[in-house]
Write a protein that binds this ligand. Structure first.
Ligand code: TYD
Ligand code: MG
Length: 463
């Protein structure tokens, strides 16, 4: 029998050490290291050492890239926001990981999706290791889905699950809620540890690959390392979605962080209501607060989240600082980007912010990652500094370079269209625009090539 040695595995990042310690040296997480049976070592390199392959080795076959299968076929869930994030629907034979904090709404979303798919006639198996059937039924009743033909189970033992899936009609979708409750007697570790998680996930993923069923794994994001986080199986699955809270709101954001069958910059927006998750088709309305419109220190950014334009309000507060080193605080944007913008305003435009505290906030709890937000942030800062409004009928977008030049950004047409749709009349945009034809003809465009021009524009009397 193989010798079983022990190893200490961080449940947050999967780092293996030979000694226990309070803090993981690899990821810095505290109290996340648990003793597990060590993996049985790399496969012996017999074939290479011996010169010839072992008698039992099988020769691998190769194929060409130009197969006849063009697009992956899709199984639509009927929840448009979810389908978009998935890249068009569930791909048969693929594995999807849905991660998120406990209580964020993963089970609710997947039960809703399961019911829709099952109602279309596909066989859907929902295995709940966390809730009793009565609890799941209660939720289904609350969601108005009690009649959906979903096959509900509560098995958590891997061998039993695989045997069950193999017998009877092959399912189109298998949902495991959650992967952290699974256990296999072949893995020498407690349920929820990294070894169990990896072992069980890989067995189910190979089941999905061979059977053509779509596997959906729910994984709780954990803070204390008592159970392994979903990060450790991200590399095994085809698609990773995270479900997040928009800070302080009942709105939820579904984000693809990995997708072998689609783009990764798509978001889906949902609202958690008493009767389940509702899709939000027009998120721009959510991120624009009406009563702040046109107040000094605010500007509207015409941004993109994946393929979808979203208008977001950016708020700034610039005030003389009593401190030697003024405060800079940012919510929803990169602090380094703010420092850079302030430096460019000082060096290239002669705007003095060195003696001012600067606060910047992206309304609605969204996090902006686009460089195109530079111009809107600059407009909010200048507007707050001057104490005058940056015109409430305007949207802003454009990247600011260190030289003070305004650089072109993509998707000009889509941004303008969305702004026109929401009643904006004027757009302050880069002079050199990436795209030629601008569709939103109703918009007045104010092209800028230097950040200085924005300073002059905001200082000029409006109207
Ligand atoms: P749940 O889907 O159980 O979260 P997760 O599986 O990610 O842990 O959602 C739990 C929360 O959602 C819970 O706090 C109650 C709330 N909720 C609603 O507000 N409305 C609903 O219709 C449902 C089903 C849940
Ligand atoms: Mg749940």
């Amino acid at each position: 029998m193989a010798k079983i040695s022990r190893a200490f595995v961080c449940q947050a990042c999967g780092a293996v050490t030979s000694k226990w310690s309070g803090k993981c040296g690899a990821c810095g997480e505290w109290n996340s290291i648990i003793e597990e049976a060590a993996p049985s070592g790399p496969p012996a390199l017999v074939a290479i050492k011996g010169g010839k392959g072992r008698a039992s080795s099988r020769l691998a076959s190769f194929e060409t890239l130009s197969a006849a299968t063009l697009d992956a076929p899709r199984l639509e869930t009927g929840i448009a926001e979810l389908d978009r994030v998935l890249g068009g629907g569930l791909v048969p034979g693929s594995a999807v990981l849905v991660g998120g904090d406990p209580g964020i709404g993963k089970s609710t979303l997947l039960l809703q999706a399961a019911a829709r798919v099952a109602a279309e006639g596909a066989r859907v198996i929902y295995l709940s290791g966390e809730e009793a059937p009565a609890q799941v039924r209660l939720r289904a009743a609350r969601l108005g889905l009690a009649d959906a033909p979903v096959a509900l189970g509560t098995e958590t033992n891997l061998a039993n699950i695989v045997a069950t899936l193999g017998s009877g009609a092959p399912p189109a979708v298998v949902i495991i809620d959650s992967v952290q409750t699974l256990w296999s007697e072949n893995v020498e570790a407690a349920p929820g540890t990294i070894s169990q998680l990896r072992g069980c996930a890989s067995a189910l993923i190979s089941y999905a690959k061979t059977s053509g069923a779509t596997l959906v794994l729910v994984g709780h994001v954990t803070k204390d390392g008592q159970i392994a986080g979903p990060k450790v199986i991200e590399h095994m699955v085809d698609t990773v979605l995270y479900f997040e809270n928009l800070s302080g709101h009942q709105f939820r954001l579904l984000r693809a962080v990995k997708n072998r069958f689609g783009p990764t910059d798509e978001i889906g927006v949902f609202e958690m209501r008493f009767d389940g998750l509702k899709e939000v088709d027009n998120p721009s309305a959510l991120f624009l607060s009406d009563h702040d419109r046109g107040a000094p220190g605010t500007s509207v950014f015409a941004g993109m989240e994946g393929s979808r334009p979203i208008l977001v309000e950016i708020q700034a507060l610039v005030a003389p600082s009593p401190l030697g080193t003024p405060r800079r605080a940012v919510v929803g944007w990169d602090p380094n980007r703010l420092s850079m913008l302030i430096a460019v305003l000082e060096a290239r435009c002669g705007v003095r912010l060195g003696g001012h505290d600067v606060y910047l906030n992206v309304a609605g709890g969204l996090r902006l990652n686009e460089p195109a937000a530079d111009l809107a942030a600059a407009a909010a800062l200048l507007s707050s500094l001057a104490g005058r409004s940056a015109r409430e009928d305007s949207v802003f977008f454009g990247e600011v370079s260190l030289t003070g030049a305004i650089r072109a950004v993509g998707h000009t047409d889509q941004r303008l269209k969305e702004a026109a749709k929401l009643g904006f009349a004027r757009a302050v945009v880069p002079a050199v625009s990436g795209e030629g034809n601008r569709e939103a003809k109703s918009m007045t465009l104010v092209p800028l090539s230097q950040l200085e021009e924005l300073v002059a524009l905001l200082a000029a009397p409006s109207g």
